[in-house]
Design a protein around this ligand. Structure first.
Ligand code: IP8
Length: 269
């Protein structure tokens, strides 16, 4: 008999900067992966969809071959394969940790089930994902090199996957596991008066975005702005989004359990 999925899924993103050493190419942060697998296992949230980023696996190779720019030269073809291979290697570390913590995780390779158009998801086969969720599996996806109907190929970010899957599968909430505590009033690395924002509505997020865009873009705000652009689409669909620092113990666990946690909650309002 097939179990019915009565509860709306939660989508959890594990940022590439959390699960890899960004300074060292192709180096997983095994301590972080192991700790997070333990937290996810203990939280026992079901249905759950996991998505992880590329960090020092996908990004350097994708950049070297300009995979995000699309097909321009035959020499990029091998770069596409290498980018995807790097992501499957990182994914294997994540899968091993999850399954060793008794999580029934199954990897879903975006390059095999999604096609983008000018970098945006145009087609994605969702049937296997839906069936996995119904049976209690935890599908695990990741940012990947994918085929693109206009550009030949593209990079599909984990953040785009998160909001697109959350909308398509009717998720109740998104948890973004980042390497910062959440959204700030300014870039905390450049401005000592920057304050963590614990709660935001979509309207407030939009006005905050303008302020951040008007200031000097840095890695932190730049990265966050990209994330916010993607999750905005999910929040517009009434999917609550929580940003927590996944480099710090128990933040992801508490967010999964719905407990009070340091971070930023963004709601439609
Ligand atoms: O780290 C991009 O995913 P992200 C993955 O979620 C690749 O942006 C292949 C660069």
């Amino acid at each position: 008999m097939v179990r019915r999925m009565s509860v709306k899924p939660t989508v959890l993103k594990l940022g590439g900067s959390v699960i890899t050493d960004k300074e060292k190419p192709l180096t997983p942060n095994l301590k972080a992966i192991e700790r997070l697998a333990g937290e996810i296992s203990r939280a026992k949230v079901s249905p759950l969809i996991l998505v992880h980023g590329g960090g020092s696996f996908g990004h350097p190779i994708a950049e070297r071959y300009d995979i995000a720019g699309g097909y321009a030269d035959p020499s990029q073809i091998l770069g596409f394969s290498q980018t995807h291979l790097a992501m499957t290697l990182l994914n294997s570390w994540v899968m091993e940790a999850l399954i060793s913590h008794n999580i029934a995780a199954v990897e879903v390779h975006p390059s095999s089930c999604a096609v983008t158009k000018a970098g945006r998801i145009a087609n994605m086969e969702l049937e296997p994902l839906k069936k996995m969720l119904k049976l209690g599996f935890v599908p695990v996806l990741y940012g990947d090199a994918v085929l693109d109907s206009e550009k030949g190929f593209a990079i599909l970010s984990g953040d785009q996957l998160v909001s697109s899957l959350a909308i398509a599968l009717g998720a109740s909430r998104i948890i973004m596991g980042a390497d910062v505590d959440g959204l700030y009033t300014a870039d905390p690395k450049a401005d000592s008066s920057a304050q963590l924002i614990s709660h935001l509505t979509l309207e407030e997020l939009k006005s905050l975005k303008h302020r951040i865009e008007g200031s000097k873009a840095t890695d932190v705000t730049g990265g966050m702005l990209g994330k916010m652009h993607e999750v905005k689409l999910a929040i517009e669909n009434d999917i609550e989004t929580v940003i927590v620092n996944a480099t710090k113990p128990l933040r992801v666990y508490k967010a999964l359990k719905g407990e009070k946690v340091t971070g930023t909650i963004i709601e439609k309002g």
